[in-house]
Design a binder for this molecule. Structure first.
Ligand SMILES: Nc1ncnc2c1ncn2[C@@H]1O[C@H](COP(=O)(O)OP(=O)(O)O)[C@@H](O)[C@H]1O
Ligand SMILES: [Mg+2]
Length: 251
């Protein structure tokens, strides 16, 4: 059997050459990393959950007209996506204060922000993905002014979609991160939502209890990460709840 070509192996996923030109296979690993990979572990089943949840969000976005790289899920751990040139930015959208924003500005976690705040980080592991401004982005040519307009509008549409979907299942969308890809079609380029949307890249709090259902469970040692991700998947109807069957007494 021919070995398929590995294009890139990152912290959470592997990209393989896809079956047709312009496609890639995105494989979700069980590896969890935090604090720029200073904290690492393998969480059984995380890749399967993220693949399913990512499929759910990307399909929803495609269906409401927000373009993404997602084509279809292939199996438990893999999805077929369109190959993109990734804009070297992490686009963060925040609805409530948490994480680095709370630290930088001294705002208590969970405080509602006056409006969604968009932040950009330069994607560079060696530098720890530093926060940058639109001045840096323009000066270094990472994205044009037109791209930045499109990226802002994509990010806000994803925010409204995700916040609504989550609210429907009793979860508050605190913040999330997306990556944007360029797809060339003849003389034109289009920007699409790429990479992943999953509890690895969002902060999700249960509305009633405040329980965290995202990667902070791993970052802050708050319990079992796959239990938290399974809870999100069950609520969204992405995975059926396990049938708790008691052993049958046969007499
Ligand atoms: N459609 C795509 N085309 C090309 N590259 C992509 C696409 N979607 C995601 N990527 C890139 O693939 C990598 C996914 O692997 P991941 O484990 O998240 O890597 P990292 O450790 O760099 O975050 C990321 O670098 C991401 O930018
Ligand atoms: Mg990544």
């Amino acid at each position: 059997m021919a070995r398929r070509k590995k294009i890139y192996e990152g912290k959470a996923k592997i990209l393989y050459e896809g079956p047709e030109p312009g496609t890639l296979v995105q494989y979700f690993k069980d590896d969890a990393t935090a604090f720029n990979a200073k904290k690492k572990d393998v969480i059984d089943g995380k890749g399967v959950l993220n693949n399913r949840l990512c499929e759910y969000f990307m399909t929803g976005l495609n269906n409401i007209g927000v373009p993404t790289h997602f084509i279809r899920r292939l199996n438990m751990r893999e999805q077929l996506v369109r190959a993109c040139e990734i804009v070297p930015l992490e686009v963060i959208v925040r609805n409530f204060a948490a994480g680095s924003l709370s630290e930088r500005l001294g705002i208590e976690e969970g405080t509602q922000l006056p409006r969604p705040i968009i932040e950009y980080c330069y994607k560079d592991d060696a530098l720890g993905d530093p926060l940058v401004t639109e001045e840096h982005i323009a000066a270094f040519g990472w994205a044009s002014a037109q791209d930045m307009d499109d990226i802002l509008s994509l990010a806000l549409r994803v925010n409204d979609f995700l916040a609504g979907v989550m609210y429907g299942v009793g979860i508050k969308l605190i913040d999330f991160k997306i990556e944007i890809g360029r797809i060339y079609e003849g003389d034109f380029q289009r920007l699409v939502v790429a990479d992943e949307i999953s509890p690895d890249s969002c902060r999700l709090w249960d509305i009633e209890s405040g329980r965290k259902l995202d990667k902070d469970v791993f970052r802050r040692d708050l319990g079992n990460l796959s239990d938290a991700y399974s809870e999100v998947a069950h609520r969204l109807g992405v995975l059926p709840r396990a049938q708790v069957t008691k052993p049958k007494l046969i007499n």
